[in-house]
Design a protein around this ligand. Structure first.
Ligand code: NI
Length: 410
């Protein structure tokens, strides 16, 4: 499938994207977005699948002759950001903006759906389209999995726009691509007093200051220079008046890691520092973790296959630097192999910026790559199964037992 076949789609995809951009909805509240996507899919004759989701849409193409099931996913939610782009199709909802480009992702998946629909009779498997809600709160992937929409899926694919990559470039990387994103809340309990009588107090602000400073040593002294981690304290609430020593403090922030062993070690050292340093200053301090998605870890075989597909479309493939941002696509990859890749969108600003935008020329490229990836993935899975069946037959002929491979419809 060449890019040229989708050029006629470009106008339509730009229309989809601009409509979505003008009408953004926050995570978990994507009711109108859901209705709109369902309508567009129905208008194009695409089969909606019935999974119990409050928001978000699942649809299917193919499967007329059985075969493997693969899934492609786009996230559909927006952010609580006041848009500052001055685009003619800027957000009509004050304080809400598609500042991460999920409008772009949704339009791309709709485009892929149309391309695959044109070839439905040739498809030797099923493509399940996941229009996932609630990504920014890292809850939507779990909701989709819980709905059963990942059951029977042999490979899963997702993308994120990448403002710093040029249009026509795909970023594919085997292994960790995006970070595990944990949140933390620290509570420091001291004792208040008159500001002029500090000896009667356990100063929660002084204890917090020491804790924050000591936390800076966790990454620099406990993580190998060959690995990486980020600890950021982003919020500190304490005190009530200029002449009162604060009795308590609440701190918040985030931890980002790319490997589970590093994640576990940093969390352990972090807790020791918080409780130990707090105790040294007489305060009682504790940590509460808000566990986010694990790292996005791409399957090496699917990465290799995807690179081949991208090159077959004449796209430039680069190996991107991992991003310390989190992405709940990680939950799918924990259950099903696949890849999450970056699509070059040559934007003026990074994700979550009030002037975020994307070059719309990337829309048909993303759609054609998604569609080609789906077709190639089904072919690869079919080949794998047939290869497995041949191996099983020849093994049986020499009296061996071989565990069945494939996707279970054999
Ligand atoms: Ni995003």
């Amino acid at each position: 499938m060449g890019i040229w076949t989708v050029e006629k789609l470009e106008t339509k995809l730009i229309g989809y994207r601009r409509h979505l951009h003008a009408h953004p909805e926050l995570s978990g509240e994507e009711h109108e977005t859901t209705k709109t996507i369902r309508k567009w899919l129905r208008d194009d004759g695409i089969r909606l699948a019935d999974y119990p989701l409050k928001t978000g849409v699942v649809a299917e193409i193919g499967g007329l002759r059985g075969g493997p099931v693969i899934a492609i996913r786009a996230d559909i939610d927006a952010l609580p950001v006041q848009e500052e782009t001055e685009l003619p199709f800027a957000s009509q909802s004050p304080g809400i903006m598609h500042a991460c480009g999920h409008d772009v992702h949704t339009a791309i998946l709709l485009g892929a759906a149309q391309l695959l629909k044109e070839r439905e009779s040739e498809l030797e498997g099923t493509v399940r389209l996941l229009f996932q809600p609630n990504e920014e709160k890292a809850k939507g992937a779990g909701q989709v999995i819980q709905s059963g929409a990942l059951e029977g899926v042999s490979a899963v694919f997702g993308l994120h726009n990448k403002p710093d990559l040029p249009v026509g470039t795909i970023g594919i990387k085997a292994g960790p691509l995006m970070a595990a994103a944990d949140g933390f809340a620290i509570h420091v309990e001291g004792r208040g007093s008159h500001a002029a009588v500090p000896e009667a107090s356990i100063d929660a602000i002084v204890a917090s200051a020491h804790i924050i400073t000591a936390l800076q040593s966790v990454v620099s002294r406990n993580v190998s220079s060959l690995d990486s981690a980020v600890v950021s304290v982003t919020k500190l609430n304490s005190g009530t008046a200029w002449n009162v020593i604060a009795d308590k403090a609440d701190l918040e922030g985030t931890l980002r890691t790319f490997r589970e062993d590093v994640r576990a070690k940093v969390r352990q050292r972090f807790e020791q520092v918080v409780t130990g340093v707090g105790a040294a200053l007489g305060a009682l301090s504790s940590v509460r973790w808000i566990s986010g998605p694990p790292a996005v870890v791409n399957d090496p075989l699917w990465a290799e296959r995807s690179i081949r597909t991208a090159r077959s479309l004449g796209l430039t493939v680069v190996e991107p630097a991992p991003s310390p941002a989190g992405e709940d696509f990680a939950f799918y990859l924990e259950k099903t192999p696949g890849i999450f890749f970056f699509l070059g969108t040559a934007g003026p600003e990074e994700w979550h910026h009030p002037k975020f935008d994307a070059d719309e020329a990337a829309l048909p490229i993303g759609a054609s790559f998604f569609a080609a990836l789906a077709v190639d993935a089904i072919a690869a899975l079919k080949e794998e199964r047939e290869g497995g069946a041949i191996r099983a037959r020849s093994a049986r002929s020499v009296g061996e037992t071989v565990a069945g491979g494939g996707w279970g419809d054999a």
